[in-house]
Each structure stands twice: as C-alpha cells, then as structure tokens.
Design a protein. Sequence first.
Length: 457
Amino acid sequence: MFASSESAVVVYSLGAEMPSKKKRTAKKQVTRMRSVPQAEPADLRKLTNEKLDRLVREMEIRQVELQLQNEQLRRAEMELNKVAEHYSILYEHAPIGYVTLDQDGKILEGNLTAANMLGIERQALLGSNLSNFITHEDSGAWYLHRRAAFSNKTKLACEIEMRRVDGTPLPVRIEGLFGPGKDLRCRTALIDITHRKDAEQTIRDHARTLEELVVEQRAEIRLQVNARKQTEQELDKYKKNLKTLTAELMLAEERERQRLAEDVHDGLGQALFRARMKLAQFSAAEPAVREIGTILEEISKMMNTMTFALSPPVLRKVGLRAALKSLAREMRQQYCLSVAIEDDGQGIPLEERTALILFRSVRELLINVAKHAQTDRANLSLQRIDDTVQIKVEDRGQGFDLVDQPSHVESGHFGLFSIRERMDYVGGTSTIRSSPGDGAVVTLTAPLSSAKAAGSS
C-alpha cells in the first residue's frame, strides 16, 4: 500500500510538466487507485492468504502500468525539450531582430540578433525603451505609429532611423503583430534595411550623375547644332554670293560679247561693204572679180554667224520669241538638228537678264541634244502660265540616268547644274525628267517682269 502511494506521488509530481492529455490520463489512474477502499489495520488480519496474494498481484500490475506511463511521459518531455531548444535557437539567431513591446515601447523580450543590431548586451536591452534607440528626427513618427497600432490593435509597420549604442546609424523597418484577446504586447520584428538604403542612395547618385551627363551632352549637342546652323548659314550665304557672282559674271560676259559682236558687225561689216563697192567698179565678167565676190560673200556669212554666236542682236532688238526661232534655224544649219517650236502666242514681258539666261539655257540644252542624245529632232514649247513663262526642251533620244548627275558635275560637266543655278538666280526653276532609252524633258520656268499681258516680247 505504501509503495503504491509513493508511486502515485511520483506520477503527480511529473505530471506538472506532462502534456495535458497524458497528464489527465495519469490523474485518472491516481484517482482510481485512491478510490479503492482502504482496509483498517484490524481487517488485514482477517484477510486470507489468497486475497492477499491477489491484492499484491493487482498492485504489481498497477505499478508496471505506472512505470510504462512514466517512461512515455519522460520521452514526451525529452521531445518537447528538443523542439523548444530548436525553436529557441531559431529565435535567438534569426537574421532579423525580434522584440516584444508593451504599449509604452518598453522591451519585454528580445533575441540576441536584436541586441547585436543595437550593439548592446541582451540583459541591458531587456527593460529598456525602444524609443531610446530612435533618432530625434524620427521619434515623433515612431510615437504616432506606435500609438495608432496599440489603440486599434492593427499591424505596426514603419521605416525609421535608429542609432546603435555607439552612435552609428541603423535604418530599420519595424513590423509588429498583437496576440489574441486582450494581450497588449506587440511582437515586433526589427529588419535592418541598411543595404537597401545604400542601394537606393547609389541609384540616386547614379541617377544624379546620369542627369548631369545628360545636361552636359545636351549642352554639347546644342553647341554642335548651333555651330552647324552657323556653318549652314555661312554656306547658304556663300552659295547665294556664288550664284550672284556667277550671274553677274555671265551678264558681264554677255555685255562683252555684245560689244565684240557690235565691233565685228560695225568694223568688219563696213570693210566688207567698201570692198563690195570697189569690186563693183570692175567688170563682173572677169573670173578674178567673180572669185573675189564669192570670197567676200563667204566672209559676210561667217561674220553673221560669229555675230550671232557672240550675242544675237535679234534677242535685244525683237525679243526672246524671235531669238528662239532664229536659234532653231541655227541648230538646223550648224548641227543638222530639226527643232519644232510650239508657241501659244501670249505676251511674255521679261527683264533683260531673265531673257538672256533663258536664251543661253535653251541654246545649251539644244546643243546637248545635238551632241549626246543621238537624235536629229527636238521639240521646243513656249507658253505663258499665269505670271510665269515656261519653256520645255524635249527629245526622243537615248536619255540618261538622273542618279548619274552628280558624277557628271564632279567630272567637270556643269551644263545642267549651271542652268539650274542660273534659273535660281532670276527666281526661276529647272526640272529634268529622263531615263535611259526614253529621251529627256527639261522644263524652265521664270517670272515675268509684269503681270500684264503685253502684246509680244
């Protein structure tokens, strides 16, 4: 009986650390044992040996059962201790700090990581206030976040700047949760965000550097653009001056041609006239007289051709329309090129330089047809369109590729390029349409000197 009571006491004492289910089972066993009626000392003498043996066997069986249960409880306690130790290690050495706060911010619990983060001993950390580690600049924000979280028992989440015990900065993100029921303790995680803040600062520094580089590049580009615009303006000015000089040179050349033509016509013409007058005094029957007359006639024709080539007097005296018709006859006589003229008959009042440039351009185009187009026919149309005169020179020759024009200019053949520059000088235009084997059409357009429809040029 005494052994059984001692066993029950042992089981009860261990049951304080047992899991709840096994604890209840042990208590039931003890209660069952206590419910067995206890015989008075006087009654034991009345028990037979058979009953005593049976009672001893029952107690032995009960003792074995209690020993088995005690072993099970011991193993369960060892397993619980292992699990507790495992989670204790995870808690203490977690990569982030854990603290338990009351509503005033006092640290009730904390792991080793939190103490190491703040640079303080763990025992010194417990009982201190987390506000002591928060910078003055962020103390107000921390107070508002903490008060709102404890008032509404909502999740605590904020980013603040803390200071370690040695004064070094520690940017952290604080996240906290509350337990169930009326528990006013906030289980809080302290997450070191130093690397993230450094990365953000690096990004900001790079962005600032990149922005400065962009500003410098833009300034450099603006300088280059301005320099290029200035160069282009100077080039345009140079081109305009070159066009002006070219046109003035052509006009000066034309005036010199005109002077030479007049000198040839007046001087040589008078000499030929006197020679004919002297020759008329001799008998026409003489062979020598007839031969001299023939020579004088050839010289007269050569003089007229030279005069027309230098400066056609018909252009100055009659106008562009008559000069073009005279030019067509010259093309037929000198180059065997038949030129068909189409004229709308409208008045085309032109300035002298414009008429001269149009005539020279048309003459150069017809000579090009005669020399290079491999054809003996060309068409020339003259018509007035609003306040402009339009002249087309067309042939059905071999044509050419417009892409090859720059190469012709580079090799020294300035014909079409020179015509375009001349037309641009007087405010006109020149367009070319051609392809190999399909002939060519060149259109010259120039402004009239007056919008009035004068009778003729």
